[in-house]
Design a protein around this ligand. Sequence first.
Ligand SMILES: C[S@@+](CC[C@H](N)C(=O)[O-])C[C@H]1O[C@@H](n2cnc3c(N)ncnc32)[C@H](O)[C@@H]1O
Length: 250
Amino acid sequence: MAEEEEEESEFSEDESELQDNIYSSPRSGSGPRICKMLEKWVPRASHYFDKEHYCYAGHRIVIQESIDSFGAVVWPGALALCQYLESEQEEINLKGKKVLEIGAGTGLVAIVASILGAFVTATDLPEVLENLEFNISKNTRDIDVPKPEVRKLVWGKNLNEDFPRSTHHYDFVVATDVVYHHTALDLLLATISYLCQPGTVLIWANKFRFSTDYDFLDKISNMFNVTHLAEFPESNVKLFKGTVRKLGSE
Ligand SMILES: C[S@@+](CC[C@H](N)C(=O)[O-])C[C@H]1O[C@@H](n2cnc3c(N)ncnc32)[C@H](O)[C@@H]1O
């Protein structure tokens, strides 16, 4: 109960900042008050929009969302993977493992993975990192779990410099709902290929909507030995794991 009160007061600071923006706008004058507010209000990468509560692995997780970017809301692939990681810890045992998440978004998966004992590096586009860092820090700082690291990783950019393969070997590369209607699918594939070395397990959960999603699965299947781990019919999410194909293997 005490914890809840402390938490509410932290979020309400953000809320009162938003209220300040609304109520500091003039109440009289020519235009309607709401227009004055919109003129004055400047969106920021992680402006507070809403918060969602989740419970995984015995922990209550509060995620701050924003409407400013695709990466600032929780997608169905993230929910499906969290549910799977929580319930199938024998199939995917993250304890003590090095995990790199690409397109980490709000950080929900990274938080759950760290609660399950993984050493997580959560990555995304620069504009998403502020909200990602906020959620990760808020949800892991007071519990005894390995603290996830947050880093910029733009698909296909500076991978050799920022994530050299000689020193950055991951047990798992995790991605949820990174395949959707965007133009960076080839860069995404190249990035996954770069980050997954022999011994790395790719965990990919995605809502399947478009034929391009199946094309991407075909390309992944050419590069990895893929196992279909689970299907979530209510959300159309499919979950796969893959290991790098050895040269010359079928
Ligand atoms: C649909 S959201 C999914 C977010 C999160 N994984 C989830 O399931 O809730 C796609 C994520 O990929 C990230 N992303 C998109 N294009 C990217 C790029 N070129 N490089 C790195 N991240 C990218 C977005 O910022 C966003 O966080």
